[in-house]
Design a protein. Structure first.
Ligand code: MRU
Length: 340
């Protein structure tokens, strides 16, 4: 059931488990079609859930973790949870939430469909609660700041809750505080334009869409006061992988002395990875850059480098907003202490 806050903000859930554990299926809102069409996929086999994650029908770090956990129920229905975990693990490499959620399923003492579904529901609720707590901690940072900037999509579609980086904006708006958000379009798949602009404007928030390349100019011209981005994997030293373009945004914010924050739940931290240098960055197909849907946007035979993420070094990050509170530098010590 959506909370009254979620209903007030008109947030759409990225997935829903339908029916019981033994015969049910995973219904996914196909984010590739948004905002033009709200269509759903029905995943009844593990490979369909893995394909939905791989092709970004469902996307965003916390959301792919939860979707993968539900995907395991489909494996459990056939007595093949372990195989399901392996197949889902191979769907995307960067967001650690996927591996964290699958590890929780792997560790269950019993892999019958009821037990796996119960755990998937717990993970879903955990991420929802995290969003609310992140929103509250982030709201305290906004204080009298009202001009904010963000990248990619970190809202309900990305989490199942009220989001991570945008959660403070939702809460500020719900409290009637002034908030103006500049959203980067987020090339090549336009998660900022298609999803963040859609979610924030539907909630009634004052949102302005900009091209990724306009970020530095906008920070200076529109007197941006705070930048908040999400994360797909945060290393033990605070280096943070997020959607490609985040690093450039952090550099621009740093140059203009605007605080740049990362907002992410505990499930996005990877303490086994010492620094950003060891984070695997997903590289996606060249067609994502040379075409938009079926329309060519570049010569077909052009060479393309298409990293889906980049790493923002810890020294550009003013603080990391988690459900447990705000983490400050020196990150190596504070992350270990807070996440213990
Ligand atoms: O490729 P995507 O759309 O899955 O990338 C998502 C992001 O980079 C988000 O900023 C990140 O997952 C934030 S977590 C709420």
């Amino acid at each position: 059931m959506p909370t009254s806050l979620e209903s007030k903000l008109i947030l759409s859930a990225p997935f829903k488990w339908m029916g019981d554990a033994k015969t049910g299926f995973l219904k996914i809102l196909d984010q590739r079609e948004l905002p033009q069409k709200e269509t759903h996929l029905e995943c009844r086999a593990v490979k369909e859930a893995a394909f939905a994650i791989k092709t970004l029908a469902v996307r965003g770090a916390p959301a792919i973790g939860v979707a993968a956990a539900f995907g395991c129920v489909l494996g459990a229905q056939r007595g093949k949870t372990k195989e399901a975990i392996e197949e889902l693990k191979a769907s995307r490499p960067t967001a650690v939430n996927l591996f964290w959620a699958l590890n929780r399923i792997r560790k269950l003492s019993n892999h019958d469909p009821e037990t796996v579904l119960q755990e998937a529901r717990k993970i879903e609720q955990y991420e929802k609660d995290n969003c609310l707590a992140i929103g509250r901690h982030g709201l305290a940072l906004l204080k009298n700041k009202s001009r904010a900037m963000t990248i990619c999509n970190t809202g309900a579609l990305c989490t199942g809750g009220i989001g991570t980086a945008v959660a403070p904006f939702f809460l500020a708006h719900a409290e009637g505080r002034p908030i103006q958000v500049y959203a980067l379009e987020t090339r090549p798949l336009l998660q900022g334009a298609r999803l963040t602009a859609w979610e924030l404007s539907r909630a009634g928030i004052d949102v302005t869409l900009i091209c990724d390349g306009a970020a530095a100019h906008t920070i200076r011209e529109k007197k941006i006061e705070i930048v908040i981005a999400g994360a797909d994997r945060i290393a033990a030293n605070g280096d943070s992988a997020n959607k490609v373009g985040t690093y450039a945004l952090a550099l621009a914010a740093h140059y203009h002395k605007v605080p740049f924050y990362i907002a992410a739940p505990s499930s996005s931290f990877d303490l086994a990875t010492p620094s950003g240098d060891q984070i695997t960055i997903e590289e996606r197909s060249k067609e994502e850059v040379t075409r938009w849907k079926n329309t060519p946007a570049a010569p077909d035979n052009i060479s393309v480098f298409n990293p889906a993420f980049d790493v923002t070094p810890n020294n550009l990050i003013a603080g990391i907003i988690t459900e447990k509170g705000l983490i400050h530098p020196p990150y190596k010590e504070t992350i270990a202490k807070i996440l213990k």
